[in-house]
Design a protein around this ligand. Structure first.
Ligand code: DC
Length: 237
């Protein structure tokens, strides 16, 4: 009788969850990882921003009720390839930098705390899951959306650094009137609201790996995360 042969299956494509506080560079890391590994990248925050933008555009109240449900039923979100990157589309249109305005920044936490909004977005986020590998960044990806993700990264960085990043983003969107202090206040308020909502709050998953990127550049954080992904068996699909 020959010896029993054991076959090991090498994980080829991972689901990678990148969670953390506002403006830590989660999207940059998740996007860089996806392009290094040939995975799909989904920005879950952009989805909550898109719903917020839609409600503002249609002057709908950020509260539970039939008009919110009707709006959620009408909203079709997708991510499409454009100029080597992926952009969100809402009912076929590209809201673009409007999603990054201070008006959206100020409303997005209350909107994303609404139960029906979360249910609708989580369902769509899970539908993006693919055997070909996925990186998704957000607040509850490792704890609620994909609790079985093979790699979970929990990010933070110093508040002044985060505020400077968000200020630069606002300037790019043409909003020149905000000060660093105002942006910092908005970030703190969002972190507090996102961490204290009832349903799927911002929380570090028990099995997440911590990353404080305050003193790292983009290449360094990517190299650090790629090492982790490769150690977990990631290979190009
Ligand atoms: O990542 P971001 O700053 O673009 O996210 C905007 C807001 O969306 C954030 O303040 C809270 C909400 N959000 C959420 O509740 N859950 C997610 N998975 C992602 C974002």
């Amino acid at each position: 009788m020959g010896a029993k042969v054991r076959y090991y299956c090498r994980v080829k494509a991972l689901t990678i969850a990148v969670d953390g506080y506002a403006s830590c560079g989660k999207s940059t890391l998740a996007k860089d990882l996806a392009s290094a590994l040939g995975y799909r990248y989904i920005d879950s925050g952009a989805m909550y921003r898109a719903v917020t933008w839609y409600l503002l555009e249609h002057r709908l109240a950020a509260e539970e009720g039939p008009s919110l449900q009707a709006a959620l039923d009408k909203i079709v979100l997708d991510f499409v390839a454009k100029d080597g990157s992926t952009v969100l589309t809402l009912n076929g249109q590209e809201p673009g930098l409007a999603l990054r305005s201070m008006e959206v920044n100020s409303m997005v936490s209350p909107v994303s705390a609404l139960h029906s909004v979360r249910i609708a977005m989580v369902e769509r986020q899970r539908a993006f899951s693919t055997r070909a590998g996925l990186t998704m960044d957000g607040r509850d990806i490792g704890t609620y959306v994909f609790p079985e993700a093979e790699l979970k990264i929990f990010m933070q960085s110093r508040p002044e650094i985060r505020a400077a990043r968000r200020l630069a983003e606002l300037r790019k969107a043409g909003e020149l009137q905000w000060t660093l202090d105002e942006v910092l206040t908005n970030l703190r308020e969002r972190d507090t609201m996102d961490s204290n909502r009832d349903f799927a709050p911002l929380r570090r998953a028990d099995d997440a790996v911590d990353l404080d990127n305050s003193d790292m550049n983009q290449e360094e954080q990517l190299a650090w995360a790629l090492d982790l992904a490769l150690a977990r068996g990631a290979v190009r699909p």
